[in-house]
Design a protein. Structure first.
Length: 569
C-alpha cells in the first residue's frame, strides 16, 4: 500500500559565463558542472531506464543555463576542456608511475577512464545535445522540467513589476524554444518570494499573481515560509539593520472563499491566497541529510575531498578522512568503498522518507508528499558520489510498495490543494530573508539596477512597436538588462567567492545597457560606431534570441475590491 509520495526537486543554475574568461572564474565553471553533474545525471537516469525502471523527478533548468547548454561556442569549448583534463590526467599517471606511487597511479587511471566516459557520453550518447537529452526524458514522463526567471534575478528586490514580468516571460519563451512546450512549474530564484502590498498608492502584486498571469501553476518555497515563525526580510525590518528591510509596509490581504490552512505542513501543497497557484514547501528533515556536510551524507570520511587538489593537474586525489584533518593531512581516496557507502546512505534516506510519510498518513485522509529540494550541482561536483546516491535512491523508490515516486506536476494533478495560505516575504538564503543579496557589500548595486529598470520602461513607452535597427537596439538593451539583474553578481560579492569578477561582470552589462539606452533615447539612424558597438555586444551577449523588449513595459495591477490593507510599519 502506498503511504505517500516523494519527489526530488533539483534546481540547476549557473550564471552567464559564455566567453567570459576561463580559470579561475568564467566559462570553466560551466564546463565543470557539465562534466561532473549534468552528464552524470543524464547517464544515471538513462541507465535506470535501461534497467526497465521509470525514474521520476522534478528538475529546474534555468533559462540562462539552457541557453548556454545549447550554445555552440560553449559546446566546442567543453570538448576542448575534456581533452585538456585527459591530457592532465595522463601526465599525472606518467608522474605517479615514475615515482612508484601505486595508489596515486590507480586513481589517475580511474579519472582517465571517468573523463573518457564523460567525453563518450557527450559526443556519442547525446550527440553533444544535452538540452535534447533532458527534453526526451520529459517527453517520456521521467522529468517534470520547471522554469525560472530568465537570468535567475532575485525578484523581491527588483523595483518594477515590469522587470519581474519580463524576466519570467523571457524565461518562458526560452523554455518554449529549447524544450518545445510550455512550462507548468517555476523555481523562484533563491525561493525569493514577495507578498502583495501597497507602495504609496500603487498596488504591488504578490509574485503568485504574476505567475498566474503567465499560466505558471506551482512554485516552491523554504520550510520556514510554510510552517510560520518570525517574519523575515523586508517584513521584519530588523533582520540585518537597514539591509533587507523597509521602515513601513502596507500589506494587502485579498478575500478568499477557500478554506484557510489551520495546520501548515510541507507534506501538502497549498494555494497562495488570491490566485490559483500552488506552493510546495521544502522538506527540512530529508534536506539536512544531504545539505549538511557536518551531519549529512556528503561529510562521510570515505567520500572524496572537494577542496584539496593536485598542484599539477587540479585533480582531487584525496578523501575527507575526518572532520578535523587539515588539507595537508588528507588520506588518499578510494572510489570502491566510497561508492559502496552510497548504497547505505540511499537506504537510510528512503527509510527516513517512509517514516515521514507513514506518520503523516496516520493523521490525513490525503497521502502526503515529501519534497526534497537541492541545487543540482551539489551532486557530482561538490559531492562526487552524489549522483550515484541519487540514482540508488530513485532505484529503491521505484521498487518500493509504500512510496510513490512522482513529480510535482503529477502529484498536483492527482491531489490538488484544498486550502489557501498567506506567505511571508522570504527566501532560502541566510537568515531566510534578503541579506545575502542586499547588505553593506552590495547596497551600491541596487540603485543602479532600479534606474535601469525604470529606463527600460520608458524606452518601451517611447517605442511600443519599433522596427529595423531601433528594434535591434531595444532587443539588445533588454538582453543586457536581464543579464545585469542576475542574482549571481550580488551573491558572489556577498560570499566573497569571486567578488572582483562579479563586480566587473555587473558593471560590464550595466555599461552596455546604458550605451544602448542612450542610442534609443537619441533616436534617428545609427552611426557607424553605433552599429559596430551593437554588433560586438550582440556577439558577446547572445542568449534569448527571441527576447521581446516589449515584455518590459510598465505593469499595473489592481487589488480585488474585497482586499484589506494591513499596516505593518
Amino acid at each position: 500500500m502506498v503511504l505517500g509520495y516523494f519527489t526530488l526537486v533539483l534546481h540547476s543554475h549557473l550564471p552567464y559565463v559564455r566567453l567570459a574568461g576561463r580559470w579561475p572564474h568564467g566559462e570553466e565553471m560551466l564546463h565543470q558542472a557539465i562534466a561532473e553533474t549534468y552528464i552524470p545525471l543524464l547517464n544515471a537516469l538513462y541507465d535506470l531506464k535501461a534497467e526497465g525502471l521509470h525514474p521520476r523527478l522534478t528538475i529546474g533548468l534555468t533559462p540562462i543555463l539552457l541557453e548556454q547548454l545549447a550554445d555552440e561556442d560553449v559546446r566546442a569549448h567543453f570538448d576542448m576542456y575534456l581533452e585538456e583534463r585527459l591530457t592532465l590526467v595522463e601526465a599525472d599517471l606518467v608522474r605517479f608511475e615514475a615515482g612508484r606511487q601505486t595508489h596515486e597511479a590507480y586513481l589517475a587511471r580511474f579519472y582517465r577512464d571517468w573523463y573518457a566516459g564523460i567525453r563518450d557520453s557527450f559526443r556519442d550518447r547525446y550527440q553533444r545535445d544535452l538540452v535534447g537529452a533532458f527534453a526526451r526524458l520529459q517527453e517520456e514522463g521521467n522529468l517534470d522540467i520547471i522554469t525560472s526567471a530568465a537570468t535567475h534575478a532575485y525578484l523581491p528586490l527588483l523595483a518594477r513589476d515590469s522587470s519581474i514580468y519580463g524576466q519570467l516571460q523571457t524565461g518562458i519563451s526560452a523554455y518554449w524554444q529549447r524544450l518545445g512546450t510550455a512550462p507548468r512549474g517555476v523555481w523562484l530564484p533563491e525561493c525569493g518570494y514577495r507578498p502583495p502590498y501597497m507602495e504609496g498608492d500603487r498596488y504591488r502584486p504578490g509574485l503568485e499573481e504574476l505567475l498566474a498571469d503567465l499560466n505558471l501553476q506551482y512554485f516552491f518555497t523554504d520550510t520556514h515560509a510554510i510552517r510560520g515563525g518570525q517574519l523575515v526580510g523586508k517584513l521584519a525590518g530588523d533582520v540585518a539593520g537597514p539591509y533587507g528591510g523597509i521602515p513601513e509596509r502596507r500589506l494587502v490581504r485579498a478575500a478568499d472563499e477557500r478554506p484557510q490552512a489551520t495546520q501548515r505542513t510541507t507534506l501538502r501543497p497549498y494555494y497562495v491566497r488570491a490566485a490559483k497557484v500552488a506552493v510546495y514547501g521544502r522538506d527540512e528533515g530529508t534536506g539536512l541529510q544531504v545539505w549538511s556536510a557536518t551531519h549529512g551524507y556528503p561529510g562521510d570520511f570515505l567520500y572524496r575531498e572537494f577542496h584539496r587538489k593536485d598542484a599539477h593537474s587540479g585533480i582531487q586525489y584525496w578523501r575527507i578522512t575526518s572532520n578535523t584533518a587539515g588539507l595537508g593531512e588528507k588520506e588518499l581516496y578510494d572510489p570502491q568503498p566510497a561508492f559502496q557507502k552510497v548504497k547505505d546512505h540511499a537506504a537510510h534516506f528512503v527509510h527516513l522518507v517512509r517514516e515521514e510519510l507513514a506518520g503523516f498518513a496516520a493523521t490525513s485522509d490525503v497521502p502526503g508528499i515529501v519534497v526534497s529540494a537541492y541545487d543540482t550541482e551539489l551532486f557530482g561536483h561538490w559531492w562526487f558520489e552524489g549522483v550515484a546516491w541519487l540514482q540508488e535512491v530513485l532505484r529503491l523508490m521505484e521498487r518500493s510498495e509504500e512510496i510513490g515516486l512522482t513529480t510535482a506536476e503529477e502529484y498536483l494533478a492527482k491531489y490538488p490543494p484544498d486550502e489557501v495560505i498567506d506567505l511571508p516575504e522570504s527566501s532560502w538564503g541566510e537568515g531566510g530573508g534578503h541579506w545575502t543579496w542586499l547588505n553593506p557589500e552590495t547596497e551600491w548595486l541596487w540603485p543602479l539596477v532600479h534606474h535601469a529598470e525604470r529606463r527600460m520602461e520608458q524606452l518601451v513607452a517611447r517605442y511600443p512597436a519599433a522596427e529595423g535597427e531601433m528594434a535591434e537596439v531595444l532587443t539588445q538593451a533588454a538582453r543586457e538588462l536581464v543579464l545585469l539583474e542576475a542574482s549571481d553578481w550580488p551573491f558572489l560579492i556577498s560570499t566573497g567567492q569571486a567578488k572582483e569578477y562579479a563586480i566587473g561582470r555587473f558593471q560590464q552589462h550595466l555599461a552596455r545597457f546604458n550605451v544602448l539606452a542612450a542610442m534609443a533615447e537619441r533616436g534617428g539612424p545609427l552611426s557607424a560606431s553605433d552599429r559596430e558597438f551593437l554588433g560586438s555586444t550582440r556577439e558577446q551577449d547572445n542568449p534569448f534570441p527571441q527576447i521581446d523588449y516589449r515584455a518590459f513595459r510598465e505593469q499595473r495591477y489592481e487589488p480585488s475590491p474585497q482586499s484589506t490593507v494591513v499596516e505593518t510599519g
